[in-house]
Ligand binder design. Sequence first.
Ligand SMILES: [Zn+2]
Length: 222
Amino acid sequence: MESVFIVVGLLVIFFLVIQKRYLKQEELKDSIYKKKGPLLSMQESAFFNALVSAVGQHGVVLAKVSMANVISPLETEKKRWFIANNRIAKSYFDFVVCDPRTLEVRVVIEFDNGKPLDKGKIERQKLLMHVCKSASIPLIGTSIKHSYQVSRLRRLLAAHIDLIEPDKEVRFCKRCGSPMVIKIASLGEHKGRRFFTCSRQPQCTYTENYNVVFAEEELTND
Ligand SMILES: [Zn+2]
């Protein structure tokens, strides 16, 4: 009698397993998809193209990058980690500019589509500012009008990425007239960025911001 129960029990388990597997396949097969169309709206595409022109060969522009692919919570305690992770799980960065070689994110760019501020928009801005600040990633806010101002975009970007071809740029020291040389900062917030320094160092200590051209443009144009 006991063995009958065991056989029946085994059969029930067997059918349950088979049914579960079968149902699982059905579920996937029954889900039909359609293409959503362009990844970016027309406004976003126009801005994307302007950004690509502004960056040139000096960076790679990516759109709609999941935040969780760029940053992760700096938490060791499990519950707090999950809370922090949930905050960013469904959000994305509008645009990011990456190092062309390593694809490391250098700048985050938020595109304001010009719609009025509502609760969702304010929440998003708060989140963006907080995550970028805490992960030390520069955040640039831009608006629809920047789509028509590639040079202005370049000026905004120049504070964060190097936009000049090193071999095309010859500069002379403003203090002693000697040629200047390019060096790479090894310390501080500009670490890894290029800058010009007088070739007569240490006699002359004059240095210059690599992107000074754009900084000057800003002063004269605005
Ligand atoms: Zn000098």
